[in-house]
Design a protein. Structure first.
Ligand code: MG
Length: 262
């Protein structure tokens, strides 16, 4: 743990930390500007693999912060790089949205369609899921394709309620064929951390991770050598924190409390 005054790179979760849906929390975008003006690097790190980095850039601009593309990291990007490093020239069937498939294709990965064999199955947050897609994925995994999940979140919060996310689909796949992912990429796992440190040219000690979820955001910080900061604007209540074994280095009411450390 490093004093927040000495942190050089602030990494932020988004939903529940900076915004809910398309609406930023009061003062959150101004806080990002204050951090940037104090010379800190600010980066957005999301497990949501249903959208591309281009979607996120537009969203952050709409919310009122003038982000650059380099400030955005998604579990989809980290997964694509992981495949290129560890499974070069292998084909992938993507249980994910069309924009994630396009992002994988942009990284040079051969993306297969329903009915085609594939070396790897990618389980992502597929908001365009059909039964046919799911059935093809479970069949490929049963027949021995490498199984990679972009992230482990059980639900994605939204202004309409919690949406079933990749972690919930992992349970469905496990119930179907007894397989768990060979690798999970996103927060709190090491492949996402390695991608982020590389992307930001920073060491773990130089980084603080700020998020609202204990089992992804806070574990991500704690397990990968960063300072961890929990904000109480999202999923975690003080009671949940009290009962949990996962204890963040800092607990703040909202991201706006970071202004004290500028
Ligand atoms: Mg969150």
């Amino acid at each position: 743990m490093v004093d927040l005054r000495d942190v050089k790179v602030f990494l932020f979760d988004m939903d529940g930390t900076l915004n809910m849906g398309d609406v930023p929390f009061e003062g959150a975008m101004e806080t990002l500007k204050i951090l940037t003006d104090s010379g800190r690097q600010v980066c957005f790190v999301t497990n949501n693999s249903s959208r591309s980095k281009y979607d996120y850039l537009k969203k952050i601009h709409r919310m009122g912060y003038d982000a650059a593309m380099e400030q955005i990291v998604t579990s989809g990007m980290a997964t694509a790089q992981y495949i290129n490093r560890h499974y070069p020239y292998k084909s992938a069937y993507v249980l994910g949205t069309d924009c994630l498939k396009q992002e994988f294709a942009d990284y040079g990965i051969e993306v297969k369609e329903i009915g085609e064999p594939a070396d790897i199955v990618i389980l992502a947050f597929d908001t365009e899921l059909t039964y046919e897609k799911l059935f093809h994925a479970t069949n490929l995994i049963s027949s021995g394709s490498v199984y990679i999940a972009t992230h482990p979140d059980l639900v994605c919060p939204s202004d309409k309620g919690d949406m079933p996310d990749a972690g919930a689909f992992m349970e469905l796949i496990y119930a179907t064929n007894g397989h768990r992912p060979d690798v999970v990429i996103g927060k709190p796992c090491a492949p996402m951390a390695e991608f982020v440190f590389d992307h930001c040219s920073a060491s773990p000690k130089e980084c603080a991770f700020v998020g609202d979820r204990l089992y992804t955001d806070i574990k991500f910080g704690l397990n990968n050598g960063m300072t961890s900061v929990l904000v109480l604007t999202g999923e975690t209540t003080p009671e949940m924190l009290f009962k949990s074994d996962t204890k963040p280095d800092y607990v703040l009411d909202s991201v706006n409390d970071l202004r004290k450390y500028c």
